[in-house]
Design a protein around this ligand. Structure first.
Ligand SMILES: Nc1nc2c(ncn2[C@@H]2O[C@H](COP(=O)(O)OP(=O)(O)OP(=O)(O)O)[C@@H](O)[C@H]2O)c(=O)[nH]1
Length: 403
């Protein structure tokens, strides 16, 4: 392999990918990860150019410390971009620790910059450690494409391995180092470093497609007003639950805002929308994070309470009715007394088909409406009749007055 050709090709590719990533960032400045990855490509190109210029009489600070510093910053920017991409929220302490680690790494390079051998060991080890961290971080990242995650992780691990081997080669051949501080044997590790950096640069733009895909998928699954699962996604989740947890008891609930047409007619659709969103917020707050909640119709919600017994499920339903009646009184300027009616059925997936549970809960909801609303009705699979548990015995209170 002709080394100058490989280096020129690698630098040109990195430069082009860097520019492309920067353009992606300019199009959507909120996605700061692309800017960080563009900086990574830039650092690698500049650092490598300075390394190439080493035979020329340049100050050692520039051609050694700054060159290796830039080469170290390249993976650091990759790591920072991944943190941004995955929207990890790090504590102030963690960020400070990362800042200290970077300062320490650069200080180490500065201390070694008069000794090319020491410098290449320090640079190789710090770069390897950064790639190890990046590979670990990918384990927790939000990238939903497992093949892509595994590929990027393998590239990082391989790259870390190559850098450790380079540090080892320098240590073992301490007596015969060239002016770059590298032994002749390290030509293959050097080549691998260049190729793996280029491969990483080529893989990163894929993340923009994956990000877009994830955004579109999420958008297609969510209801625009409440951000809850829409009807289709909710029932997909229910189907999955039935498949994956055939023996875990659950409670299926249908909830409907009472006299919602009157709210719309009295206050207008905008206030009606706010009421729907407020009920959705209350459901999300009151229920556990692993319960499945969806907006399945205009003012109709459905919930699957997971791993729950019949009595507790009834109490949850009663609590929801009480909370809505007590809390959702003010919607900005408008005083709206909201109540909800609930129909529910307790199920064991393997014994009760999902669609039958929906039907029973729907019938129980109808029974709640008939019973005066602001009520929970619990249907049962054991008998065909519905016990009509009037959980909140007070008469329906509905009043709406404009403030
Ligand atoms: N503001 C708003 N209204 C909606 C939306 N979707 C459906 N609606 C309205 O919700 C109302 C539902 O009314 P009905 O089904 O008659 O039920 P209700 O008035 O709540 O009466 P009960 O359910 O019997 O207590 C209709 O007026 C729909 O126009 C929405 O997204 N926003």
């Amino acid at each position: 392999m002709h080394l100058p050709t490989v280096i020129t090709l690698a630098l040109t590719t990195n430069l082009t990918v860097g520019l492309y990533l920067y353009l992606l960032y300019r199009r959507k400045p909120k996605d700061r990860c692309f800017k960080l990855w563009a900086y990574s490509c830039g650092c690698f190109v500049l650092g490598s150019a300075l390394v190439i210029l080493r035979p020329y009489p340049l100050p050692a600070l520039l051609s050694f410390f700054i060159a290796d510093g830039l080469l170290l910053l390249a993976p650091v920017f990759v790591l920072a971009g991944l943190v941004q991409f995955s929207r990890f929220r790090y504590t102030r302490k963690r960020r400070q620790q990362a800042g200290w680690a970077l300062t320490l790494g650069l200080l180490l390079l500065l201390l070694c910059h008069q000794h090319p051998g020491l410098l290449s060991i320090a640079a190789a080890v710090t770069i390897a450690l950064t790639f190890c961290l990046s590979a670990g971080l990918l384990q927790k990242s939000i990238i939903t494409e497992p093949i892509f995650t595994r590929t990027l992780q393998s590239v990082f691990v391989l790259h870390a391995g190559v850098m450790f081997v380079q540090a080892m080669l320098v240590t073992l051949n301490w007596q015969q180092l060239d002016l770059h501080g590298l032994p002749e044997a390290s030509i293959y590790t050097l080549l691998s470093h260049i190729l793996l950096t280029t491969l990483t640069a080529l893989l990163l733009p894929w993340l923009s497609f994956l990000k877009l895909e994830r955004k579109l998928t999420l958008k297609s699954q969510r209801d625009g007003l409440t951000r809850l699962a829409n009807r289709e996604h909710f029932f997909n989740q229910i189907e999955r639950y039935w498949r994956q947890h055939p023996n875990t008891p659950a409670a299926f609930m249908m909830l409907d805002i009472d006299f919602f047409k009157r709210i719309n007619d009295t206050f207008g659709h905008a206030v009606g929308d706010k009421a729907i969103a407020a009920v959705a917020r209350l459901l999300s707050k009151q229920l556990r994070s692993n319960d499945i909640i969806g907006r399945v119709g205009g003012e109709e919600f459905a919930v699957l309470l997971i791993d729950i017994d019949e009595q507790t499920a009834l109490k949850v339903g009663q609590r929801l009715c009480q909370q809505v009646a007590q809390q959702l009184v003010w919607l900005d300027e408008d005083q709206v007394n909201l109540t909800i009616s609930i129909g529910m059925v307790h199920v064991i997936p393997t014994e009760h088909p999902a669609m039958e549970a929906v039907k029973r809960a729907d019938e129980a909801l109808y029974a709640s409406k008939q019973a005066g609303r602001n009520t929970v009705t619990q249907a049962s699979f054991s008998t065909n009749n519905m016990p009509g548990d009037q959980a909140i015995p007070e008469p329906l209170s509905y009043s709406n007055t404009m403030k």
